[in-house]
Ligand binder design. Structure first.
Ligand SMILES: [Zn+2]
Ligand SMILES: [Zn+2]
Length: 243
């Protein structure tokens, strides 16, 4: 399985990171459509795209508006948008309100099924604690498993969902110094994420959804994470990983 980060920042883009997007070009699967979605047309290898939304916050859905052109030009023949009913409602009512974005792309909106089989992969999901809720996704081809978790505060409720994954992609908005903001904002900090990776015995951990106010080389304190879980990496935009 090959997956590429289209955006690794939270909230808003900065000079280093666009917002949320994980792309599996081979299968035509996109998890979240943040600002990094502008990169999609040059990376697309399929004529159909399945977008799975974690939740309806703007940094995860604004890129749906960028799919209008590939759909109108025929680069994309079909685009299915999968999400919980309330998320689809938010997108249709608000993101595509005529006063905000006057042309609605030809999306096929799909209420998220419990289990989706797509391009040789099985996709399942798990609810996460976040203002308004969010959803973590698990993808497996039968031999390897990848779990993508954003946006949430690590709370022990999804350990079993993550356990044993070959790759865990997890949000890490804050360094430990700013951990006090986790509960208020519904995000996670370094030690809590690294400890989750350690206790659930995943293969590798990639940190994403980084605070855009931290554009430097070490935004969340990688050494701290590696003390708990050595195989931790901070994802960068356009990084591709194999698992
Ligand atoms: Zn977010
Ligand atoms: Zn959010």
């Amino acid at each position: 399985m090959r997956i590429q980060f289209l955006g690794t920042g939270g909230y808003h883009p900065n000079s280093r990171r666009q917002t949320a997007g994980l792309f599996l070009a081979e299968q035509g699967i996109l998890i979240d459509a943040g600002t990094g979605t502008y990169r999609l047309p040059e990376l697309l290898r399929t004529e159909e795209l399945d977008v799975f939304l974690t939740h309806g916050h703007l940094d995860h859905v604004i890129g749906l508006t960028y799919l209008l052109v590939p759909l109108e030009l025929g680069q994309l023949k079909e685009c299915r948008v999968h999400a919980a009913p309330e998320v689809l409602e938010t997108v249709r009512q608000h993101l595509f309100a005529p006063g905000l974005f006057p042309m609605e792309p030809r999306f096929d909106y799909r209420e998220l099924a419990e289990r989706v089989e797509l391009g040789g992969l099985t996709l399942t999901h798990h609810p996460l604690k976040h203002p308004g809720g969010s959803r973590g996704y698990k993808l497996t081809d039968g031999s390897v498993t990848l779990v993508a978790i954003t946006d949430t505060t690590v709370d022990g409720t999804y350990d079993d969902f993550v356990r044993g994954a070959d790759v865990l992609i997890h949000e890490c908005y804050f360094s430990d110094e700013n951990q006090k903001w986790c509960e208020v904002t519904g995000h996670s900090a370094t030690t809590m994420v690294a400890d989750l990776a350690r206790r659930t015995a995943v293969g590798r951990l990639y940190l994403t959804h980084i605070d855009p106010y931290q554009p430097g080389e070490d935004p969340v304190g990688l050494a701290t994470a590696r003390e708990l879980f050595l195989r931790t990496f901070v994802a960068e935009d356009l990084l591709t990983i194999e698992c």
